[in-house]
Design a protein around this ligand. Sequence first.
Ligand code: GDP
Length: 197
Amino acid sequence: RAAAPRGSWSSESSASSGCWEPQYRVVLLGDPGVGKTSLANAFAGVQDSAPTRLSRCLAEVAYERTLSVDGEETTLLVIDAWEPERRESWHRSHCLQVGNAYVIVYSITDHGSFESASELRIQLRSMRQAEDIPIILVGNKSDLVRCREVSVEEGRACAMMFDCKFIETSAALQHNVAELFEGVVRQLRLRREGKEA
Ligand code: GDP
């Protein structure tokens, strides 16, 4: 059976109850090697729980989990399918179209990946102009302090300029990973409440 819930993370998923209708799709973007798969694994807790049953095309790249945040449950389907080197532009545009929220990841040890993150933000903005979608800028590998090439201030300033949220994480140490995805849930709810009002 799946692992016991960790903190506010629930191990229950709608897939195991027979119907899977993810409430929200969260797409991970960022250069290769920045830690997207590691963050997705940390989110799903794959080390100690059975993988969620998903359709075959999603099984490799999507991680579903129900989080209890502020007393309310929300299911996130985290999609780790971004491959910037793929030539087919339909794949890139599909990734940029399907998300209800985006997590743009760079590595704090790689300034080039930070610059790519800005470019991704610009691409997203042009593809999804009319929509107010939550975007979180994530500086991953915060445990590698000696190799840091991007300061916290730089990350924060970039997020402010691009009007998105910011957090530094370490997928390796599981630091701030739960906070990241809880933040995504809160941002999604804020928009939902805005629409309902
Ligand atoms: P992706 O290509 O963006 O999906 O990146 P991966 O998740 O495959 O990670 C690339 C490499 O960075 C792997 O060797 C990971 O173990 C390592 N890595 C990922 N996140 C962290 C982190 O937070 N800290 C450290 N030290 N290494 C990490």
